[in-house]
Write a protein that binds this ligand. Structure first.
Ligand SMILES: [Zn+2]
Length: 259
């Protein structure tokens, strides 16, 4: 197997998933990327679900989008054109529009997209990001939340994002941090036999690649971005603010800038 980020074969077995450990993940000793062996098969259909209206402020889905919005407010002092790739129910687009951004969404689920267009008159492109041919419109801000880890080719993904941005444009991404304390602890418990996850029948992984800060920086260097902010957060109720403050959540929220 060859690492999907740095193209070397410097991979070592890292951990497995599945009730008979049939899904294997390999960590690259050169760049740090954790590569899932795609020969095991992927399941990316499991992420749909019921459409939650953006008006339900206290719903977990809307709270996580508001957290992203607060991050933008805190760190970006411009407004302009924003594109949210994988925009879900459109909550973040609404918050951005209300604060002066000109917004467009992209969503694979047609039912979600139609609902946002109908209820809020926001432009939503119904398409797969990697397959879609964008016109010459350039954006000041692009958002990609919990998408990167699902796409097999991270370099192609970031190159396409780079082309979408104006010079000096911002990209905000969220993805799991595979070297977070939480995941490290689980891997340790699993190695010594104290933790064994039960997988539902028919389970297959949905993530092709898992990133750490090192692997992500390696990717940015290859694709023309600077890392401005790397913060960790947790969605777990109650602990979220504390975890963000202590920077020990299991998910990364990053601000990067096109060179
Ligand atoms: Zn590598």
């Amino acid at each position: 197997m060859i690492c999907r980020l740095c193209d070397t074969d410097n991979l070592k077995f890292y951990y497995s998933q599945g009730n008979s450990n049939q899904y294997k993940f390999y960590k690259c000793k050169t760049c740090g990327l954790v590569n899932y062996d795609l020969a095991g098969g992927l399941d990316q259909e499991k992420y749909g679900g019921k459409y939650i209206t953006p008006a339900l402020e206290k719903h977990k889905q809307n709270l996580t989008q508001r957290a992203t919005f607060e991050f933008i407010r805190q760190h970006i002092d411009i407004t302009g054109r924003a594109l949210d790739i994988g925009c879900g129910n459109g909550k973040l687009l609404l918050l951005l529009r209300d604060s002066g951004w000109d917004v467009t969404g992209m969503e694979l689920l047609e039912s979600y997209a139609k609902k946002i267009i109908e209820d809020y008159k926001i432009e939503i492109i119904i398409a797969d990001f990697l397959q879609y041919c964008f016109d010459n419109h350039k954006y000041d801000l692009v958002l990609l939340k919990h998408v990167l880890e699902h796409l097999p080719d991270p370099i192609l993904t970031m190159t396409k994002l780079n082309n979408l941005l104006k010079d000096g444009g911002y990209l905000i991404m969220e993805f799991p941090n595979i070297e977070s304390l939480e995941f490290k602890f689980k891997r340790l418990l699993s190695r010594v036999g104290l933790y064994r996850k039960k997988y539902r029948a028919g389970y297959k992984p949905g993530h092709c690649n898992e990133f750490s800060k090192d692997a992500f920086k390696y990717l940015l260097n290859l694709t023309g971005f600077d890392l401005i902010i790397w913060e960790l957060y947790s969605n777990k109720a109650g602990s979220s603010k504390l975890f963000t403050k202590l920077n020990i959540g299991s998910k990364a929220r990053v601000l990067v800038k096109k060179k």
